[in-house]
Design a protein around this ligand. Structure first.
Ligand code: PBG
Length: 331
């Protein structure tokens, strides 16, 4: 019955036809480019595990924003590398810290780009965990992340970012209740119009490895499995997303992207908020390493994987490939 009436190859005959019937499109305006702003550097420093990515100075952040804008990239997300760290991650709340300074400089110079700030304490704690520590009950000498004590620091950090001029704040810590805590402080201080992009579904992933060099935030002991999600869990992802929606999240994110495209699709189908996926550092480094070794065609691989993330249901993609991909897409 179906053959020869139906010949799907008819629509694959020419590049023009293929492009005309393509279901999923990727555009530079879908991209969010992550930057690492250092308070101590005087010139950019390459990140060894992420070829093409740099830690940059506050001044260079403005130039970076201009370049992103000229490429048509929709947004950037800022991570900070402070001068000093302590157990409480106090640097995360410093109004003169690298993120706050870069945000206000960019806001003045390039007001058209969407400025997102990553809200977390791991770049600011000397132990590298995404929260404040406390002794574990009944286990002398052991420490664990204190969820509720961390909420207060996260909320104050988000407020500092909003005051500096951030358009969106994005908590990445995975503490329970952080979206509600951040919403409450922002509303209380007159920032009821600042949206929260929640890293709602964030897995404890090996693919964050290179980022921990980039942001100098590897935990000094243990791992993040006590707060980030277990890779086997997808139903739990729905609960995490629902909690954040209930607490007032304006946008959701799934992270990493490629190993969790099924989760991106489930979240897409269940929630109608804008949805992002974070194509994380390890996903980037694998492509760069394979391309450098001549094992794959970087351009084709990157455009294919970005398309796959959009096809799974993400509206926007946080990706270190953003600038290269924008150049390729802009022809
Ligand atoms: C935590 C944070 C991490 C990433 C973004 N925010 C690291 C982690 O959870 O260990 C990872 C991003 C990437 O790998 O590209 N502040």
């Amino acid at each position: 019955m179906a053959f020869p009436t139906h010949r799907p190859r008819r629509l694959r005959k020419t590049a023009a036809l293929r492009s005309f019937v393509r279901e999923t499109h990727v555009a530079p305006s879908d991209f969010v480019y992550p930057i690492f702003v250092s308070e101590t550097l005087t010139a950019r420093r390459p990140i060894g595990t992420m070829p093409g990515v740099f830690q940059i100075t506050v001044d260079e952040a403005v130039a970076e924003a201009k370049e992103l804008r000229s490429l048509g990239i929709g947004a950037m997300i800022l991570f900070g590398l402070p001068k000093t760290k302590d157990a409480q991650g106090s640097g995360a709340c410093d109004p003169n810290g690298p993120v706050a300074r870069a945000v206000s400089a960019i806001k003045d110079a390039v007001p058209e780009i969407v400025l997102i700030t990553d809200v977390c304490v791991d770049e600011y704690t000397d132990h590298g965990h995404c929260g404040i520590l406390r002794p574990v009950r009944g286990r002398p000498g052991e420490l664990e992340v204190d969820n509720d004590a961390t909420l207060e620091v996260l909320a104050r950090s988000a407020l500092v970012h909003a005051k500096a001029g951030a358009d969106v704040v994005a908590p990445s810590d995975m503490m329970d209740g952080r979206v509600g805590a951040i919403r409450a402080i922002l509303d209380g201080e007159g920032f009821e119009d600042i949206p929260i992009l929640s890293y709602a579904v964030k897995y404890a992933s090996a693919f964050y490895g290179p980022f921990r060099e980039a942001a100098d935030c590897a935990p000094k002991f243990g791992d993040r499995a006590g707060y980030q999600m277990d890779p086997g869990n997808a139903r739990e992802a729905m609960r995490e997303a629902q909690l954040d929606v209930d607490e007032g999240a304006d946008m959701l994110m799934v992270k990493p992207a490629l190993p969790y495209l099924d989760v991106v699709r489930r979240v897409r189908d269940a929630f109608d908020l804008p949805l992002g996926a974070y194509n994380v550092s390890g996903e980037y480094s694998m492509i760069k390493a394979a391309a450098a070794a001549g094992m794959i065609d970087e351009k084709r691989a990157v455009l294919e994987l970005l398309t796959s993330i959009r096809r799974a249901g993400a509206d926007f993609i946080l990706t270190y490939h953003a600038k290269d991909a924008a150049k390729w897409l802009n022809g």
